[in-house]
Design a protein around this ligand. Structure first.
Ligand SMILES: Nc1nc2c(ncn2[C@@H]2O[C@H](COP(=O)(O)OP(=O)(O)OP(=O)(O)O)[C@@H](O)[C@H]2O)c(=O)[nH]1
Length: 730
């Protein structure tokens, strides 16, 4: 609904303020949208380069509209032949004698009168922006003459607004040189007419419209769509003196109407009648100057008959002109801005819609991906727990299996220990230094031999068990890893397991003490041991002798020893005696023993027995070589080592199984670590997706706000349209 104002011209001012404010705010909005677009992540494809460029273009265009708006005003151009009174009409409308007028060609260039807030009037030319001060018409005329301007040049006369009410409403009045003096009116039109809202054709009512005037407006009409043209038949005061004035009036009306309606085709008959006026600018100017006290009373010009009617008609012209100018200027000046503004806003809303759509799509995609990732993470975590528990059991079984195998193999090796010892060859001499070295080398041989035998027995089997366990856990873990990481679980060469069997025979047999002294097998001590057994013999040794008797070595380990029987009758006596004799170890004892046996059996028998006994002794003594000593040494060593090794069977098998456990646990820990890393990456990915979803929410919210704002601005433009541009529709 159009707001009625005191002056029709105020409509333009009000519309200009409204649209100026709106465009200024829309510019801020477009800048906001631009910043929003620039900050959007390009890699997601939510915003395209084309959109950014388009928005930048809109920003430039809106800024351009704002700049044009600032310069927008209501422009009226006055045309007519020389001395028809164009300058006088303008002066009358401005209520001031601003433009020079007179007989002859007084206006030699385009003079544009605009209002200024300044107190003083000044003049600007196109060539220089230097302000020329003018205070009076004569000065202005002088200044214009002095400038020596071409007819198409433009001079701006800035006149204080407070002196002229018309200038307060953003009205610009353009005076032109006489159409009849120029041959280059095309250039005039291009330079000065295309942005004019209203044209006033000032005709001298003492003559009809000439071809030059008509041709000029034909050109204007061809370049502008339906220009607003008013025809002022000026100097009507002079024509009114003619008795045929009514007839002349009629002729002018018909002629002018025909020109506007038929020749130019810019309006209909009724409209044309409202655009044709018969006035006396000179009288109107004089009357107004007189009102302001600018002229002495009774100057003559306003005392002619019919002045009042002509003056009223001049005022009617001003009123019709103001309405037409304001309406036309609002439409021509602002309609294009509104159309452009609405188009920009619609485009921005559409771009925001696209961004919203893409962000929404991206968010849905991300949410699905995140859901998948979280489910996968839960699955992997759960599976890892299951596999870990399962593998623990599996490793326990494997370890037990290995322990059993090692134990069996070691027991077997212990049983075959004598073979290993027999295989050892080195010089053997019964002296301390050689024996010490011999023992050391034998220990090393045993260590190495046992180790390599164990390896030969178990290596393949254990390696196969371990490899199989590793392969199983690797395959299970591999399932939990993404394809691109599965190569990390493939076993490397250094993953191959080798059992380390260190029996440490050096330490084990450290306490081995050999006994390789000659022992006559039928000697008294040997016989006593044979008959009494080790314990009794040892007891006798402990109670009866100052010289310690070396501990006898069992020739056949495992052979049960004879039980000690209590002595009886003669044998009991002999035994006691023998015991006493042996216990005494003295010649007296032996002689006594021999005498008793001799007396009992007879001396001959005794001599024979003695010879045999001596022969046996001699034989044994002679055959007890170094080789025999070495054999005895090795036998003792085997017995000792066997006993010792049996003690460490459990320890060794436990140690080996521990190695397997370490190997498998280590391997599983490394594999599980890969899954942990993968889960960490998934968690990181999920939290990144969460952050991206939040960012997308912000983008969605911002694009929604910007889209709503676009709708708001579009509605405001529509309201402006209804208020100022589609008045007839309301
Ligand atoms: N009698 C009478 N004289 C007028 C009227 N209007 C203008 N004149 C006179 O006509 C002469 C020319 O007036 P201008 O206003 O200078 O005419 P113009 O069309 O501007 O002339 P150029 O600037 O040379 O193109 C002046 O002497 C005016 O006083 C009028 O309505 N009645």
């Amino acid at each position: 609904m159009r707001t009625m104002t005191t002056s029709p011209l105020e409509l333009f001012v009000q519309a200009k303020n409204d649209i100026g404010k709106m465009v200024s705010e829309v510019e801020e909005y477009v800048v906001d949208c631009m910043s929003f677009l620039i900050e959007l992540p390009k890699e997601k494809g939510i915003v395209t380069e084309t959109q950014v460029k388009a928005l930048n273009q809109y920003k430039i265009q809106i800024h351009g509209i704002r700049e044009v708006l600032a310069r927008d005003n209501m422009k009226v151009a006055f045309f007519g032949r020389t001395s028809n009174g164009k300058s006088t009409v303008i002066n009358a409308m401005l209520h001031a004698n601003i433009l020079p007028s007179g007989i002859g060609h007084t206006t030699n260039c385009f003079c544009q009168v605009v209002g200024t807030d300044s107190e003083e009037a000044f003049l600007l030319t196109e060539e220089s922006k230097e302000k020329h001060s003018v205070e009076s018409v004569s000065q202005l005329a002088h200044a214009l003459c002095h400038e020596r301007l071409s007819e198409k040049a433009l001079v701006e006369i800035h006149w204080p607004k407070k002196k002229c009410p018309l200038l307060r409403h953003e009205v610009v009045l353009v005076d032109s040189p006489g159409i009849d003096v120029s041959t280059n009116t095309d250039e005039w039109i291009d330079r000065h007419c295309l942005d004019a809202d209203v044209f006033v054709l000032v005709n001298n009512s003492e003559s009809i419209l000439m071809v030059t005037e008509k041709n000029f407006f034909h050109k204007v009409s061809s370049k502008l769509s339906r220009p607003n043209i008013f025809i002022l038949n000026n100097r009507w005061d002079a024509a009114a003196l003619d008795p045929r004035s009514a007839e002349v009036h009629q002729q002018h009306m018909e002629h002018n109407r025909k020109f506007l309606v038929e020749e130019l085709g810019i309006c209909n008959r009724e409209e044309a009648d409202n655009r044709i006026f018969f006035v006396s600018a000179k009288e109107a100017l004089y009357a107004r100057l007189q009102e302001q006290g600018g002229l002495p009373p009774h100057t003559g010009a306003i005392e002619l008959e019919g002045f009042a009617n002509r003056y009223f008609e001049f005022q009617d012209f001003e009123k019709a002109f103001a309405e037409c100018l304001s309406t036309s200027a609002v439409k021509t000046k602002f309609e294009q801005h509104v159309v452009r503004g609405k188009s920009i806003i619609t485009d921005i809303a559409s771009e925001m819609g696209k961004i919203q759509e893409r962000a929404h799509h991206e968010k849905s995609k991300l949410m699905m991906q995140r859901q998948e990732l979280v489910s996968k993470l839960d699955y992997v975590s759960h599976q890892l727990k299951l596999i870990t528990s399962d593998e623990k059991d599996q490793i326990c079984h494997t370890v037990e299996d290995v322990e059993r195998k090692v134990s069996m193999a070691l027991n077997e090796e212990i049983r075959r220990l004598h073979q290993l010892v027999e295989e050892f060859t080195a010089d053997f001499l019964p002296n301390h230094i050689v024996i010490t070295a011999y023992k050391r080398n034998l220990n090393a041989h045993l260590d190495k031999g046992l180790g390599s035998n164990m390896r030969a027995r178990l290596s393949d089997a254990i390696a196969s068990i371990v490899d199989s366990a590793k392969t199983t856990m690797t395959n299970r873990i591999k399932e939990l890893l993404p394809e691109e990481k599965q190569h990390l679980v493939i076993a490397r060469r250094q993953d191959h397991f080798e059992m380390f069997y260190r029996l440490n025979c050096d330490n084990l047999c450290e306490d081995f003490k050999e006994d390789i002294e000659f022992r006559f097998s039928l000697g008294l001590a040997a016989l006593m041991h044979r008959f009494l057994g080790n314990k009794q013999a040892s007891r006798l040794t402990i109670f009866g002798h100052s010289e310690p008797v070396p501990r006898p070595v069992l020739l056949t380990p495992g052979t049960p020893s004879n039980e000690f029987l209590p002595p009886s009758s003669d044998w009991a006596f002999a035994a006691k005696f023998l015991t006493a004799a042996v216990s005494g170890q003295g010649i007296t004892g032996i002689v006594a023993f021999t005498t008793i046996v001799g007396l009992k059996l007879g001396w001959k028998i005794l001599a024979a027995i003695g010879s045999v006994y001596g022969g046996i002794y001699l034989y044994e003594r002679l055959t007890y070589t170094n080789k025999a000593k070495e054999r005895r040494f090795k036998k003792q060593y085997v017995a000792h080592a066997t006993k010792k090794l049996r003690l460490i069977v459990d320890l060794t098998s436990a140690n080996c199984s521990h190695q397997v456990q370490q190997e498998l646990s280590g391997k599983f820990a490394r594999l599980a670590h890969l899954v942990d890393d993968h889960m960490d990456e998934m968690r990181e990915g999920a939290s990144q997706q969460e952050a991206q979803i939040k960012d997308l929410d912000k983008i969605l919210e911002s694009s929604r706000i910007h889209r709503n704002s676009a709708n708001y601005w579009f509605n405001l433009f529509s309201i402006f349209e209804r208020k100022y541009l589609q008045i007839d529709e309301s």
